[in-house]
Design a protein around this ligand. Structure first.
Ligand code: TXA
Ligand code: MG
Length: 327
């Protein structure tokens, strides 16, 4: 099992040294927990891929503690400046042309690099103390659910890690919005808490939703695999705006995101949030899925699709569809 560190100054010192020695460590962010290592070190980055079981063709996001560090790694421009000023630190990843200063494992052969400044005091303290750019994918085995608290990292990767920096539950609960600024027009490659509307406003021009419009070639979209974010147990999606709640089987767990408590049938209903509070749904969803997946009494899972329009709804629906694509 990994040691959980609460983030005291001596913990941050120890982990900064650990990172300088090419160690990897699970860290809290406002979105999901990440698995961090020195982005300039091939050894550290290979460890990240090994621990996750991630294929080498899937590039990593580089986390920075300051805009200056981002400017060293990528070719900064006016639009990056505007977005960073509006949303960093925060759940927004920018893709820009790289400057050849990170390990080649980070970019998986792309000329671009993804950069983001996370909004979590402990991760920011570690970035500052180490002075390193830190490559960090979500801290889950490849293809599995992302962890949103230290205990969930421990459950799925604890036996492959020495340390987990425990920063409590994640405030957002779904991975960052990824916007590609390396093209003629800005394109969102992965939806997150910040949507096209918010980004367009800051850039004063349209931002395309690349994950659901055919503007992005498959080879350039994140989460390339046909399924992703998936529990091991069978997962069904339920669209409550179109059909009544499906009859539940014995051992089936129903996660409600819009309909108030009280699903029918033999399955157990679990509440992940209210339609009126999509932030709450986002904060709880991955954890509720993981709980159901780890519960020996649960045989299969049904999730009600979030209802309503908004960036977070889009992000959660995209994740759930990818998760269910396995079945
Ligand atoms: O919120 C987040 O972004 C979390 C936390 C830990 O920061 N990180 C995260 O990383 O979700 P990961 O590795 O699970 O997802 C990053 C995605 C990958 O699917 C990858 O394909 C894409 O970012 N990506 C990274 N660099 C890219 C690039 N240069 N071009 C296109 N996609 C890229
Ligand atoms: Mg991930």
């Amino acid at each position: 099992m990994a040691t959980l560190l609460p983030g005291e100054p001596e913990d941050i010192r120890l982990l900064a040294e650990w990172l300088h020695a090419d160690g990897v460590v699970a860290v809290p962010t406002e979105t999901v927990y990440g698995l961090a290592g020195n982005a300039r070190s091939s050894d550290a980055c290979r460890k990240i891929f090994r621990v996750k079981g991630r294929p080498y063709w899937d590039p990593l996001i580089v986390h920075v503690g300051s805009q200056q560090m981002a400017e060293e790694i990528v070719e900064w421009n006016e639009e990056a400046q505007r977005l960073a000023q509006a949303f960093w630190p925060g759940p927004l990843t920018l893709i820009l042309q790289g400057r050849g200063l990170v390990a080649q494992e980070v970019t998986a052969g792309h000329t671009t690099v993804a950069v983001r400044m996370p909004d979590h005091p402990l991760f920011l303290a570690l970035l500052e103390k180490s002075g390193l750019p830190l490559a960090a994918p979500s801290a889950n085995p490849f293809g599995y659910l992302s962890p949103t608290c230290a205990e969930d990292v421990q459950r799925t990767l604890g036996d492959r890690l020495e340390y987990i920096l425990d920063g409590g539950p994640c405030r957002v609960g779904v991975e960052s919005t990824i916007v590609d600024l390396s093209r003629a027009d800005p394109v969102i490659l992965r939806p997150g808490a910040l949507g096209a509307e918010a980004l367009s406003k800051v850039l004063s021009r349209p931002v395309l939703n690349g994950w659901n419009e055919a503007v992005v070639e498959r080879s350039q979209a994140p989460g390339l695999a046909a399924w992703h974010y998936s529990p091991v147990k069978p997962l069904r999606l339920w669209d409550s705006t179109r059909e009544p709640i499906p009859p539940c089987q014995e051992g089936e767990r129903v996660l409600l995101t819009a309909t108030p408590m009280g699903g029918e049938g033999k399955g157990t209903s679990l509440f992940t949030g209210l339609q009126s509070d999509i932030q709450q749904v986002a904060r709880n969803l991955y954890h509720a899925l993981l709980e159901a997946d780890c519960d020996p009494d649960c045989k299969s899972i049904v999730v009600e699709l979030p209802v309503g329009n908004g960036a977070l709804q889009d992000a959660l629906i995209q994740r759930l569809k990818k998760a269910a694509a396995r079945y």
